[in-house]
Design a protein around this ligand. Structure first.
Ligand code: G3P
Ligand code: MG
Length: 365
C-alpha cells in the first residue's frame, strides 16, 4: 500500500532527490543479493528517482560488474549507474605519468583488462613480473599453467635486459589475489631506480624519503568488509597498511600515496557527477556512450538535487564520506555495522539506522 501511495503522490512531478547505494552489505552480501535489494530498487525505478551505486569494490569492468549485479539482484542496471573504487582512474589515462602502469587486483587478467579498457596504454600485472623472473618472489602461488595463460610473455613485457622499459605508476584496483607477490613487487618498484625492475635506488634517495620512485594509488581504504564469513575480513586498506609499514621499515619515512574511494571527497565528487548524468538520461533518448566522464577533484558546479541519500553499511567509508560531503546518510544493519558499535563509530548517520535497504529507502521517500 505504501508503494502504491508513493507512486501516485510522485507520478506528476519528478523528485529532486537522488540515491547513492553502497553494494557490499547493502544490496549484496557474500555474492548473494540481500532480500530487500530488489524491492528497494524497483520502488525507485517506479517513481523515476535516480540512483547510482558507489562501491569500494572493484577488479572488473563496470559493464561486467553491472551485468553480474543485475543477474544477482534481478533488476536491469546500466554501466553508467556505477562507480567502482577504480572508476575515477579513467580520468588519468591521458596523463604521461600513467602511460605504463602496474595494476593490482582482480582474478586472472581482470585488472589488466579493466585498465586497457579505460584507455591506459600499457598495463602490466605482478604475474608478468613473476613470469619474467620467478625469483622475484619465490613463494608466489601461480601455477605453470597460469603463468602461461595469464602472464605476458617476457618478450612483450620488457621488464629486464636491453629492451627494459620502466613502470611509471602502480594502481591498486582491488585487493591483491596473491598478497605476498603483490607486496614484494610493489615495494621493489617504490624503491627502484625510476621504475625499473631489478634495481634499487641509492641510500641517499632511499633513507628519509617519503616520495616513492613511482607514484602509487590505492583505489580504496577499507580496512574491513563483510562477506558471508562470521567475522569481518581484511580489505584493501590492510594492503595499504602493510605497504606503509614496510616502507617505514626500509625508508624511515611515511609513504606518500593517493587514496581514492569512500570516504574521500574525490570519489563523492565523481559519484555526484555520475548521479547528475544518470538523472539527465532517465527517460531521455541519450545513448550510453554519451556519458560525460568527470575529471578528478572537480565538484559539480550545480546540482539538481535538494537531497542525496547515501545508503551504506560502513560508518568509516559510506557514512563518514556522505556526512563530510553534505549528503544525507542512512546506515544499515546488513553489513559491517553492528548495534554494539554505535558509541564508537566515527560518523553517525544523519537519517538513522535501518534493518535493511528497503526500510531506509521508504524512510527517505
Ligand atoms: O572493500 C571491500 C569492498 O567489497 C567493499 O565494497 O560495496 O561495501 O563499498 P562496498
Ligand atoms: Mg559496504
Amino acid at each position: 500500500p505504501l508503494f502504491r501511495g508513493l507512486s501516485r503522490a510522485y507520478s506528476t512531478a519528478p523528485l529532486d532527490i537522488g540515491f547513492v547505494f553502497d553494494i557490499d552489505g547493502v544490496l549484496i552480501r557474500g555474492g548473494k543479493s540481500l532480500p530487500h535489494a530488489l524491492p528497494a530498487l524497483q520502488l525507485l525505478e517506479r517513481l523515476k528517482v535516480p540512483y547510482i551505486l558507489l562501491t569500494n569494490g572493484g577488479g572488473k569492468s563496470e559493464l561486467t560488474r553491472v551485468r553480474d549485479l543485475s543477474a544477482r539482484i534481478g533488476t536491469q542496471l546500466h554501466p553508467a549507474q556505477i562507480v567502482q573504487s577504480h572508476t575515477p582512474c579513467k580520468a588519468l589515462v591521458n596523463d604521461p605519468q600513467f602511460e605504463r602502469v602496474l595494476v593490482i587486483g582482480g582474478r586472472g587478467n581482470e585488472a589488466r583488462e579493466v585498465a586497457l579498457q579505460y584507455g591506459f596504454k600499457e598495463a602490466l600485472t605482478p604475474i608478468d613480473a613473476v613470469r619474467a623472473n620467478g625469483s622475484i618472489y619465490p613463494f608466489h602461488s601461480y601455477t605453470e599453467e597460469q603463468l602461461e595463460d595469464i602472464a605476458m610473455h617476457p618478450s612483450e613485457s620488457h621488464l629486464y635486459g636491453g629492451s627494459a622499459k620502466p613502470i611509471s605508476a602502480i594502481l591498486v584496483f582491488s585487493d591483491p589475489r596473491d598478497f605476498g607477490t603483490a607486496t614484494q613487487i610493489s615495494m621493489d618498484l617504490l624503491n627502484s631506480e625510476e621504475g625499473y625492475f631489478g634495481t634499487k635506488r641509492g641510500n641517499a634517495q632511499l633513507v628519509g624519503n617519503a616520495t616513492p620512485s613511482i607514484p602509487i594509488i590505492f583505489s580504496n581504504n577499507d580496512f574491513l568488509w563483510a562477506n558471508e564469513y562470521p567475522v569481518l575480513r581484511f580489505g584493501q586498506g590492510a594492503f595499504r597498511i602493510t605497504m606503509e609499514a614496510l616502507y617505514r621499515e626500509m625508508n624511515k619515512a611515511e609513504l606518500q600515496s593517493t587514496i581514492l574511494g569512500k570516504p574521500f571527497k574525490v570519489s563523492y565528487d565523481y559519484a555526484h557527477h555520475v548521479l547528475i548524468d544518470w538523472s539527465r538520461r532517465l527517460g531521455s533518448e541519450i545513448q550510453p556512450e554519451t556519458q560525460v566522464l568527470p575529471q578528478l577533484n572537480v565538484a559539480p558546479v550545480q546540482s539538481p538535487f535538494k537531497k542525496v541519500y547515501m545508503v551504506g553499511d560502513n560508518p568509516e567509508s559510506d557514512i563518514l564520506g556522505a556526512n563530510n560531503y553534505g549528503w544525507e546518510s542512512l546506515l544499515l544493519r546488513t553489513g559491517v555495522f553492528r548495534d554494539e558499535d554505535w558509541d564508537s563509530i566515527v560518523a553517525k548517520p544523519t537519517g538513522g539506522v535501518f534493518d535493511h535497504v528497503e526500510e531506509a529507502v521508504r524512510f527517505a521517500l
